[in-house]
Design a protein around this ligand. Structure first.
Ligand code: AMP
Ligand code: MG
Length: 350
């Protein structure tokens, strides 16, 4: 009798375990707005209970409020910008310290094409606000003299970083920005969001795989239940509602696109976009319409897509190769160039 009960219990346990393993993954999809852009999530979960998409959205909103916003008094960037010209140092969180170290290196490696201290010039253009319809009336491009004066106050060399070692939280940076050196992390914000999301997904055993896009930056993670690769569309700059091709990606990738069609304002027969050339203070005019970078982390893909857009095809390719990432360039005449590794990921659409 006792043996019979043992066998029955073993049978029931095995059936329960089989049931769990065979349960089809649940697909969760959502579309929201945060960080001034559209957030699309497409996740496959093994446990239906987790509010994973809500937590990811919250994490992006926190990044904006606590770290990135140049408008909100609650953010680190706001606090750093307030310190400009005061002689007072602004201590950065561990996350922002690491981001800034990498951004400063990228400024050096890109010969200054990428520069997160362009805030003053970016505010003069304020293309993001115009493109979002937050400003109305006739757009007036800033005049040459105003731009030259503002540019003289920009530049990463005016941040004066100092490293401090905190016993609890490790290495941190303290910035002593000179007057006018205003941080604008718009070029890396979406990538930073992807890195935070990736960390969250990795910590959650209930997530089997998925994609999350934050504006023009997309994270792919884990496996698709049917074993096929993730597909990420590359928009046609002439008509962004259509894809000119698809990337097929397995596992973890961060794909960022910087394009002149993403945010722009038209005035007097001219079109002004939001990616600025730090040498001129004007929208970059490098012959490109878009650059897509596929890398293993979000900060790199986002920063390099902006940097390569400013540099143009030839120098952009060199920088992408230096950082060992895959890159795809769409020129203004529609011609496409890419790294050899990208050729294996990209398929053009008819
Ligand atoms: P993205 O869309 O990632 O290419 O980033 C563009 C945003 O980054 C702009 O809206 C500005 O806030 C900022 N930005 C513009 N030009 C540059 C640049 N050359 N280097 C760094 N940040 C820039
Ligand atoms: Mg970028």
């Amino acid at each position: 009798m006792k043996q019979f009960f043992v066998w029955v219990s073993v049978l029931v346990m095995s059936l329960l375990l089989c049931g769990c393993e065979n349960r089809a993954p649940e697909r969760v999809q959502s579309v929201d707005t945060a960080m001034g852009t559209v957030i699309q999530q497409n996740l496959y979960l093994s446990q239906s209970s987790a509010n994973c998409t809500g937590e990811i959205l919250e994490l992006i909103r926190e990044l904006e409020e606590d770290t990135l916003s140049w408008r909100l008094e609650t953010s680190e960037v706001y606090r750093i910008n307030q310190a400009a010209g005061s002689g007072q140092g602004a201590e950065l969180s561990e996350e922002l310290s690491q981001v800034m170290e990498r951004c400063l290196k990228l400024t050096e490696d890109s010969g200054g094409a990428f520069d997160v201290t362009l805030g003053l010039v970016a505010r003069l253009w304020d293309i993001d606000s115009w493109a979002a319809g937050l400003r109305t009336g006739e757009f007036q491009a800033p005049d040459e003299q105003t731009l030259t004066q503002a540019l003289a106050l920009c530049g990463s060399h005016r941040l004066h970083p100092e490293s401090v070692t905190d016993a609890e939280s490790g290495l941190k940076l303290v910035l002593y920005p000179e007057e006018g050196a205003m941080l604008d992390l718009g070029a890396v914000g979406k990538g930073m969001a992807l890195d935070r999301i990736l960390e969250k997904l990795q910590e959650d055993p209930g997530v089997l795989g998925g994609t999350v896009s934050v504006g023009g930056s997309v994270l792919t993670y884990g496996m698709r239940p049917d074993g096929t690769p993730w597909r990420v569309g590359i928009a046609d700059p002439d008509d962004p509602s259509v894809n000119l091709g698809l990337l097929s990606l397995e596992g973890q990738w961060c794909v960022s696109t910087s394009g002149d069609y993403e945010r722009y304002v038209e005035s007097g027969g001219m079109r002004y976009h939001h990616i600025l050339n730090p040498a001129t203070g004007r929208p970059a005019d490098s012959g490109l319409s878009s650059v897509t970078i596929a890398a293993k982390d979000g900060l790199l893909s986002d920063a390099l897509s902006t940097a390569c857009f400013v540099l143009g095809r030839e120098k952009g390719l060199e920088l992408a190769e230096q950082y060992n990432v895959e890159a795809l360039f769409v020129e203004r005449d529609g011609e496409i160039f890419m790294t050899t590794g990208m050729e294996e990921l990209f398929q053009a659409l008819p």
